[in-house]
Design a protein. Structure first.
Length: 71
């Protein structure tokens, strides 16, 4: 019955596209691939920050309480 087919099956018959490689992967492997891609993007952003941003050196003053000096 054509009315009972899922929309994905109908789309596959019309376009011939089945989703390819991604549909054949188990969900754990798919998750690990996506997580690795996100980690790679974050790591690349950190490397870009280290490479292109230079910190401005400045003087720092810190007051030490007298009780810590007398120990």
């Amino acid at each position: 019955m054509p009315g009972l087919q899922s929309s994905r099956v109908r789309a596959n018959r019309v376009t011939g596209f089945t989703g390819g490689f991604v549909d054949s992967l188990p969900s754990l492997i798919r998750f690990l691939i996506v997580a690795a891609a996100v980690v790679a993007i974050v790591y690349g952003a950190m490397i870009a920050l280290v490479t292109y941003v230079t910190p401005q050196p400045r003087q720092m003053t810190y007051t030490i309480p007298a009780q810590r000096l007398n120990k």
